[in-house]
Design a binder for this molecule. Sequence first.
Ligand SMILES: Cc1cc2nc3c(=O)[nH]c(=O)nc-3n(C[C@H](O)[C@H](O)[C@H](O)COP(=O)(O)OP(=O)(O)OC[C@H]3O[C@@H](n4cnc5c(N)ncnc54)[C@H](O)[C@@H]3O)c2cc1C
Length: 297
Amino acid sequence: MGFDLLEPRTVAEAVELHARDGNAVFLAGGTALLILQRQGLPLPRRLISLRGIPGLDEITAGPGGGLRIGALATLRQVERHPLVVRRVPLLAEALRQVANVRVRHTATLGGNLAHGDYRLDPPAPLLVLGAQVRAVGIGGEREIALAAFFRGLFETALQPGEVVTELAIPPTPPSGGTYLKYALSSNDWPCVGAAALVALDDHGRCREVRLALTAVAAAPVLVRGLDELARGEPVSDRLAARLADIAAAQVEPVGDQRGSEWYKREMARVFARRALLAAARRAEAGPVGDGTKEPVA
Ligand SMILES: Cc1cc2nc3c(=O)[nH]c(=O)nc-3n(C[C@H](O)[C@H](O)[C@H](O)COP(=O)(O)OP(=O)(O)OC[C@H]3O[C@@H](n4cnc5c(N)ncnc54)[C@H](O)[C@@H]3O)c2cc1C
């Protein structure tokens, strides 16, 4: 069956088109929609392409060292952008591990988040970076903290007809960060992905620890309660192991082709510990973030 491709030139027009036909679906890179179609889900009668809206793929400096990333920026554009590489290398590192270059040239960051799949890589680094989603709908514009954006399996906080327009990343504290992806082969979706960000004080003790895990619950997990244990403590294998135990207790894996529930929980523990230690090593070697000299890309 054929479909109509609608090509609005503004976000307001896109929202209006959706208001007229609630069954229409927004189209960005189309990579996720294509997979669903191949899996037997028919494409809707009307697709509202966001690709022709000028400016939606821009990446610009945000206030005080932050960043603004247009929702239509492709994963490849984001991964290679000098501002991203300098200010949030953790995000560039994570995006380099998504699928393959062909997919990353087409898939967009907004489409990735709006898709709401439980095993996407980008949500984990974006959660530890404290990103905010900007969305526009028939009721106007609003900002949604990414930590409140993912609600469950393929379920997000977006209202029907809301367009993700931008992602805002606030300035990060001087810190080290990393994203570790455990996949059964390169190119594959994660069995587990772990993003960590560690800020140290002048004595090399933990000031702030952030950790997010993907593919180990119906939605990505921003681990809670790490600072209570870590703040003021020197980084050690023992501390990282205790923090990883906290993380493993907060995941609720669903077994899939990449691992059983038990295996994913154990891998979440292993990769949480490794990511925390690697982020701490980077923080010791030369932190990146607000108030520090940005490394040369
Ligand atoms: C072969 C292959 C391998 C992959 N491997 C990985 C992997 O290892 N890791 C990983 O993280 N991902 C992986 N992906 C998934 C890929 O990252 C996503 O499909 C992609 O990011 C979705 O973006 P898109 O622009 O193509 O979205 P689309 O397919 O265009 O849209 C996806 C959904 O989001 C909605 N949507 C899109 N943009 C917006 C917007 N701005 N506002 C509101 N709603 C919107 C659409 O209506 C649709 O429901 C893989 C994909 C493929 C095809």
